[in-house]
Ligand binder design. Structure first.
Ligand SMILES: [Zn+2]
Length: 71
C-alpha cells in the first residue's frame, strides 16, 4: 500500500512539473496573444511583412500595393 501511495505522489509530482512548464509557454489557444504579429513573405519581392500590414490578393501575400499590382 505504501508503494502505491509513493507511486501516486511520484505521478502527481511529474504532472505538476509538466503543468508548470506548459504554463510558462504562451499557448496557441490563448486568444489574448493575438498582438503578436506573424511575419509573412511577399510573393513578389520576398520582403517579410507583418500580418497586420500584409496585403492578401488571390490568396497570396504582398508587402505593398505595388507588389500586388505587379503580380
Ligand atoms: Zn513586395
Amino acid at each position: 500500500m505504501l508503494k502505491f501511495f509513493l507511486l501516486i505522489l511520484f505521478l502527481v509530482g511529474v504532472y505538476l512539473l509538466f503543468f508548470r512548464k506548459n504554463q510558462q509557454k504562451p499557448t496557441k489557444n490563448d486568444f489574448k496573444s493575438t498582438q503578436d504579429s506573424i511575419m509573412l513573405e511577399c510573393t513578389q519581392c520576398g520582403t517579410y511583412v507583418s500580418n497586420e500590414e500584409v496585403i492578401i490578393k488571390d490568396g497570396k501575400y504582398y508587402c505593398s500595393k505595388e507588389c500586388a499590382k505587379l503580380a
